[in-house]
Every structure is written in C-alpha cells, then in structure tokens.
Ligand binder design. Structure first.
Ligand code: NAD
Ligand code: DAU
Length: 368
C-alpha cells in the first residue's frame, strides 16, 4: 500500500499503450518508477535495462519478474550493441533514463565511473535512440526522458532564490559535473536533431529501496546497529526533500503532458537542515523501533569532517511544473520520513545483504 494514491495522468482505457525502456530500473528511483508505472499503466510493455552495479538490486523488482508485460535485461548503457538491439527488438517508443552513478562521496573517491556512465552512457543511449526513432519514422508521440539533478545548479546562499529552470549551471562535484554534461547532451539532441527529449532536475529523493550509503537509510540502519551517526561539517547544510512517489507522479506528468525539448525542476517544498533531519530520524526510531542498542538514538550523533566541496544549500522552485502541468508534491517530510523509517524497519531482508564486505570497505574509506 503506498503512502499516497497518486492519480495517473491518463486513465489506461483512454490512452494508447506505450513500450517503455527504463534504464537504471533496479536502482532506488528507477525501481520506484517501475512500480508506479506498472500500477498505473498495466497495459504498457515495461523493459528494464540495468547493469546491476553495487547500487542495482533485482530484489527491488522481485514481485514483477515473470509478469508477461515486464522484462528485465542486465546490460550496460555504454554498450551500444546491446542498446540498439533492445530498442529495436522491443519496438521502444519511450525511454525513461535513470541509470547513473549517483553518489557524491563515491564521485570524490573515484570519478572515472561517473564520467563513463553518466556522460558516455547517456550519449550512447541518446545516439542509439536517435537512430531508432529515425528508423521508426520519427513518430510525434515518442519520448526520451533524461532524469537529472538539482546539483547541476551548484550551491545556494541562505537568502538566494530557489533554483529555477533558467538558473546557470555551476556543478561543484565530479558527480554533478557529469550530470551537467549529460543534460547538455540531451538538450543538444533536441536542438540539433529535433529528437523528442525531456529533461527533469529534481531535489533529494527519499523513500523505500534507497541504498544504505545515502543519508536517510544510513542513519536509520546505523541506529539499529548502535553505530555512530556521522553528520558532515556543522550539519547546517540544507536539502529539499522529495518523496520518491511524488517524483514519479511528476515524471508521469512530464512524459504525458510536456511539449518536447522542455526542462522541468521537481522539488518537494521541504527544505531541512541535515542536523534537523537526522534528529527527526532519531526521534522516529525512538518511537517506532522496539529494541535499540542505544536510546535515545540522538546520543549517537557525531559531527565528522566535512565532505570536500560540500554544497551548502539546495532548494527547488517547481513553479513551472505546477503551473504548466498541474503537479503538486503531496507528501510532507514528516509524513514521508515516518513511512520510510517504517519501511526500513519492516524490510531488513532487503537492506541487510547490501551491507557487504565491499560496502564496509567503502564505508571505511569515507568515514575513517
Ligand atoms: P541509484 O544509484 O540508486 O541507481 C542507479 C541504477 O543505475 C542502479 O540500478 C545501477 O545498477 C544502474 N547503473 C549504473 N551504471 C549503469 C550502467 N553503466 N548501465 C546500466 N545501468 C547502470 O540512483 P538513483 O538515486 O535511483 O538515481 C536515479 C537517477 O536520478 C540518476 O540519474 C540520478 O542522477 C538522478 N537523481 C537522483 C536523486 C536522488 O536523490 N537519489 C536526485 C536527483 C536526481
Ligand atoms: O540533490 C539531488 C542529489 O541528492 C542527487 O542528485 C544525488 O544522486 C543524491 O545522492 C543526493 O545527493 P546528496 O549528496 O545531497 O545526498 P546524500 O544522501 O549523500 O547526502 C545528503 C546530505 O547529508 C548532504 O548534505 C551530505 C550529508 N551527509 C551525507 C552522508 C551520507 C552527512 O552529513 N553524513 C553522511 O554520512
């Protein structure tokens, strides 16, 4: 049962079915989007292409594997042969591109994979789809949705207005620089070839199936294990939290209602300082988790050395999406966080296997 019953854009009966390729569909947002799409558009053909890196998890799609309208393909978006074949074989008319290296701390440790997947991989997909779309006679209803981040806009001061679609790109990390490069390619494929691309830039997502390295699951899992809660710097950095299902409903609007070549910012209207968010997580764990090794959980909070180049504040202005496409976020951070914490408490079988030796090695290198 989902937290919010988001209304789909079009009732399936009134809408021609689509054949959608979802890259990165075994990752956090991708798997939530796959579930959203299957639920709202059961007549569509859904094909997931995912390399199953450390961040990809078949278990996030376990309930769908074997369904007749669903296919999972393990493959790399940088492999043009694989992409060409899949687009043609499945007669894909819509691409929702989530596949990426997504974690800022890892991009600081090892940026090369970020350039490869985020820049070269996105280029490979765009170029394969250009050929495929042309072979299909350039149908007007085909779409290529490139899912990107607010981090391309850089960092805000305390009184700066929130990022809007015309804010200049100022990416500060190898991750955000690689995403900025991929955004420019998607934009160029519309302007040069008329390809029906769409770009969305969203703020920090949270919800079920979030890999343990990210702030919210990391804190929840550490509390369950009685480990310290590493807050970077002074904890005053601000993020604008977007519940993942609200993000999916926004992408639905963009795919169904936007003119081609457009960019939309998607945010949750939930600006929160990191230290306040971690305190909220601690309070929820104190309330909802029966046997905590350390209680109150807030005793575990530890300020640690800051992330290099740590952006101070992100905030999204979604006015364009709200006024042009009629979307609104429906979940407050208090509601979404409660649901998310409950999900992690109920699903240790999903996250425990992810705390592998490889993950511990990564953890040591960031938090040593
Ligand atoms: P994630 O790291 O959880 O998942 C990424 C998925 O991509 C994984 O399943 C991984 O196996 C797959 N992948 C990685 N490299 C691949 C390759 N070369 N070929 C095929 N598959 C590959 O990421 P996420 O948090 O779900 O983010 C999804 C997208 O949304 C990304 O493009 C990210 O930049 C963007 N985004 C994320 C957030 C957020 O808060 N999580 C916010 C804004 C934008
Ligand atoms: O803004 C959108 C971006 O949000 C996405 O593009 C990225 O893919 C996604 O990973 C996320 O990036 P962040 O760097 O903001 O997310 P992260 O969960 O890593 O960190 C959130 C904030 O919490 C950030 O200010 C750093 C801080 N933090 C993070 C970790 C992991 C800590 O203080 N301690 C931690 O241990």
């Amino acid at each position: 049962m989902s937290l919010v019953e988001q209304l789909p854009m079009n009732t399936p009966a009134l809408r021609p079915s689509r054949r959608i390729l979802i890259t990165g569909g075994a990752g956090f947002i991708g798997s939530n989007f796959v579930h959203y799409w299957c639920k709202h558009y059961p007549g569509d053909r859904i094909v997931v292409l995912d390399a199953l890196t450390y961040a990809g998890n078949r278990d996030s799609l376990a309930d769908l594997i074997g369904q007749s309208n669903f296919r999972f393909v393990q493959g790399d978006i940088c492999d043009s042969n694989c992409v060409d074949l899949l687009l043609a074989e499945e007669a894909i008319d819509t691409v929702a591109h989530f596949a990426a290296e997504s974690h800022v701390d890892r991009s600081i440790l090892a940026p090369d994979a970020f350039v490869r997947t985020n820049v070269v991989g996105t280029f490979t997909l765009l170029d394969s789809f250009r050929q495929h779309w042309s072979n299909r006679g350039k149908p007007e209803s085909d779409r290529f949705l490139h899912v990107s981040t607010d981090e391309v806009y850089g960092s805000l001061g305390p009184n700066d207005p929130a990022f809007c679609e015309t804010t200049a790109y100022t990416p500060n990390s190898p991750y955000s620089a690689s995403k900025a490069g991929s955004d420019h390619l998607a934009r160029a494929y519309f302007h040069t070839y008329g390809m029906p691309t769409l770009i969305t830039n969203c703020s920090n997502n949270y919800g079920p199936y979030h890999f343990p390295e990210k702030l919210i699951p990391l804190m929840a899992i550490n509390i369950l294990m009685g480990k310290s809660l590493p807050v970077y710097g002074d904890g005053q950095n601000i993020r604008d939290w977007l519940y993942v299902e609200d993000h999916c409903s926004a992408l639905d609007r963009v795919l169904h209602r936007s003119a081609v070549g457009e960019t939309y910012n998607i945010g949750g209207n939930n600006e929160v300082k990191n230290i306040d968010l971690v305190t909220m997580i601690c309070d929820l764990m104190d309330e909802l988790a029966p046997n905590l090794p350390v209680r109150p959980a807030g005793e575990l909070i530890t300020f640690v050395k800051d992330r290099p180049g740590h952006d101070r504040r992100y905030a999204i202005d979604s006015t364009k999406l709200q006024t042009e496409l009629g979307w609104q976020p429906s979940v407050t951070v208090a509601e979404g966080l409660r649901h998310t914490i409950q999900w992690y408490l109920e699903n240790p079988a999903w996250w425990q296997p992810l705390l592998s030796a490889e993950y511990q090695e990564y953890y040591q290198s960031v938090y040593a």
